[in-house]
Design a protein around this ligand. Structure first.
Ligand SMILES: Nc1ncnc2c1ncn2[C@@H]1O[C@H](COP(=O)(O)OP(=O)(O)OP(=O)(O)O)[C@@H](O)[C@H]1O
Length: 660
């Protein structure tokens, strides 16, 4: 039984409906150890026949049997394996991969075998030595002569130790010296017990073989045996074949990214700028949020929410609107805004509330020291809700004492700390039981100086002192504000909710506000602003996606021939898809890393520059931001390469090999 048999092969090409028969019933048998030349006029169908034998063409009638088994051309997987294991291809135009060294070109075929990494390398070096090119193994194909290139191609074709070597015009591009050398190598391959089939126009080349077949009109019209076939003894160097490993595909993609340095650098730069700006804006959002939180927490103790009387009837009103209405009412209908002891008792009974601290709040107070005065200040009584961190000198107010704002202290004396112990006169308007305004005046000793920072001026007195002053002026002494001490920070929200749900006479009685609520609102606004800015910056990521699409398309069309070669070597269609996807992913990953590095650089510069001003790191890139940058870059790369990489995978191998 012959090793390779062609049974009644028919093949036609169609132009529209018109049929052009090329092969008209070919019946041939080949054995191992043969060196068969196929001669024939141009256009006679020799290459077409080779593509069928080589497992590149599946669209024909008839059968190809190897070792007695008929190949099922419908099974792509089976054909991939057949090309990988049984067939070695040598082309007229060498078809070496130009961004791989000669050694790597041979390794590409060996990477589809089960040999270990070290074994592959050793075999590649041995094969290059066999074709006389060991010392050229680290060169690239464009650094070799035509003859040398063809010898690298032969080494590659032999790499997986296939049983059949198909060579389509292997010496067509070579001079007579190189032709002879190549023919000698091909003959030695046949002597090793392999089947060598060579398509040629040259009688001289044909005469080198053991048998000549002549093709005419799609048929074998002449057959001549020149000498006995060489030994066809069973080879001992059979190598198990294996599909390309993901790591190999990744390495090939990396080699190609490196080969096209400038182009890939520019795309990476574009994408990295997108990642950089998005991440910097998100980091800035985090920083601003953190800064505001920090400022607010320096001002107020989150464990002490504030309570005012609710006077709003509109059930849909927000707490901010309610506070506004109560504050306004304090100036027109003061009595309606006071908190009776009985009402406050209800708050005291709420779970997690430890105690209720009564207080006052008056707007439009004035403070006078000698000729220096401040008008329209907000006065409040000291409560633990105010953070002691706000006190920059001195202490909180005790009996007949006042804590004044730093700006006012500076007006009194540029050495502002020296104002402590001095006297100021406090004046403000309160109301009596008839809602008639009464003037309250009190001279107080300055106990300390406070700084309200971004939140505004801070003036506070002791509650008892304020109460006595109100009583002396005949004004209402009931509290108009209160702070509640909650046992634990995590219970604040629940306690405030409960306070807000208390009803007296069927109406909502209180407005409880915690710093957490205020911060929630601020944080929402800040996040929103930073997301909007990041989204605007993100437009550049869309541009980078388009760039990746364009380059992947360019890459596919530039590398069409390479795709054909890889397929002829036995790479699967999904390997080709993975190759292009890996390349995009690599560019996406490098862009993400470069963009992140730049964003961290920007963070460092901005924080260093602004630290003197605000004593806070205003850009804070979080781990979540980093993760987001990486994920978004990879997703963009994946989406952008989706169509082009599929296009590459679907290319017809024969057409791809014929590409210029
Ligand atoms: N993809 C195709 N579509 C249509 N016709 C084709 C296609 N490929 C080849 N042909 C035609 O089939 C015939 C055989 O082509 P083939 O390349 O097999 O000939 P060949 O004997 O190898 O020629 P040459 O010696 O010039 O390389 C030619 O007439 C060619 O025009």
């Amino acid at each position: 039984m012959a090793f390779l048999e062609l049974k009644n092969i028919h093949k036609s090409y169609f132009l529209g409906k018109e049929e052009f028969p090329v092969l008209n019933g070919i019946n041939l048998s080949f054995d191992k150890g043969e060196f068969v030349s196929i001669l024939g006029e141009s256009g006679g169908g020799k290459s077409t026949l080779m593509n069928i034998i080589g497992g590149l063409d599946r669209d024909f009638e008839g059968a190809v049997a190897v070792d007695g088994e008929v190949l099922d051309h419908k099974q792509e997987k089976r054909l991939d394996l057949y090309r990988r294991k049984t067939i070695g291809y040598i082309f007229q135009s060498f078809n070496l991969i130009n961004y791989q060294s000669n050694l790597e070109n041979v390794m590409t075929s060996l990477n589809m075998t089960a040999l270990s990494g070290a074994e592959r390398k050793q075999r590649a070096i041995e094969l290059l030595a066999r074709v006389g090119l060991k010392e050229h193994m680290d060169k690239y194909p464009n650094q070799l002569s035509g003859g040398q290139k063809q010898r690298v191609a032969i080494a590659r074709a032999l790499a997986s130790s296939p049983d059949v070597i198909i060579a389509d015009e292997p010496t067509g591009a070579l001079d007579s010296v190189n032709t002879k050398e190549v023919l000698e190598i091909l003959e030695s391959i046949a002597k090793d017990g392999k089947l060598v089939i060579v398509v040629t126009h040259s009688q001289e080349v044909a005469d080198y073989g053991t048998r000549i077949l002549h093709m005419s009109d799609g048929k074998i019209d002449e057959e001549k045996t020149l000498k006995d076939k060489f030994s066809n003894e069973q080879r001992t160097d059979e190598i198990l074949s294996k599909p390309l490993a993901a790591s190999t595909i990744w390495n090939m993609a990396f080699d190609h990214v490196r080969f096209n340095k400038l182009r890939n650098f520019l795309i990476t730069l574009g994408s990295a700028i997108g990642v950089f700006s998005v991440i910097l804006f998100l980091g800035l959002g985090n920083g601003i949020k953190g800064y505001i939180n920090d400022q607010v927490n320096q001002l107020a103790n989150p464990k002490y929410p504030t309570v005012m009387k609710n006077v709003t009837t509109d059930s849909k009103a927000s707490n901010t609107e309610r506070v506004q209405e109560t504050t306004q009412k304090m100036a027109t209908d003061y009595k309606s805004t006071t908190l009776s002891d009985k009402a406050l008792e209800k708050i005291n009974n709420v779970a997690h509330v430890k105690r209720v601290i009564k207080g006052y709040q008056f707007s439009n107070a004035s403070f006078t020291h000698g000729k220096t005065s401040v008008q329209g200040a907000q006065l409040q009584t000291w409560t633990p809700a105010i953070s002691e961190k706000t006190i920059k000198a001195g202490h909180k107010p005790g009996e007949n004492e006042v804590l004044i704002d730093k700006t006012f202290a500076k007006k009194i004396d540029s050495n502002w700390k020296s104002v402590i112990g001095k006297k100021v006169t406090l004046n403000f308007m309160a109301f009596n039981d008839n809602n008639t305004p009464v003037q309250v005046t009190k001279t107080l000793k300055i106990s300390g100086v406070a700084d309200g920072g971004q939140a505004g001026a801070l003036f506070s007195t002791d509650y008892q002192t304020a109460k006595e002053s109100l009583a002396k002026a005949g004004a209402i002494t009931e509290a108009n504000t209160a702070s509640i001490a909650v046992d634990k920070a995590e219970n604040v929200k629940a306690a405030v909710q409960k306070v807000n749900s208390i009803k007296i006479d069927g109406k909502r009685a209180f407005i409880g506000v915690s710093i957490g609520d205020v911060l929630d609102t601020i944080n929402t606004i800040t996040s929103l602003a930073s997301y909007v800015l990041a989204a605007i910056a993100g437009i550049s990521l869309i541009v980078s996606a388009i760039m990746i699409i364009v380059t992947t398309y360019m890459s596919v069309s530039e590398r069409t021939k390479e795709i054909g070669v890889l397929r002829a070597l036995g790479a699967r269609s999904k390997d080709i898809r993975k190759l292009f996807t890996s390349e995009s992913l690599m560019i996406g990953m490098i862009s993400a890393i470069a963009g992140l590095a730049a964003a961290y650089g920007g963070q460092f510069l901005m924080n260093t520059a602004l630290h003197g001003l605000i004593k806070y790191n205003i850009v804070q890139i979080s781990f979540g931001n980093v993760l987001f940058a990486i994920v978004i870059s990879l997703v963009i790369a994946l989406v952008a390469s989706f169509v082009p990489s599929r296009k590459a995978a679907k290319l017809n191998t024969i057409d791809a090999l014929a590409a210029d």
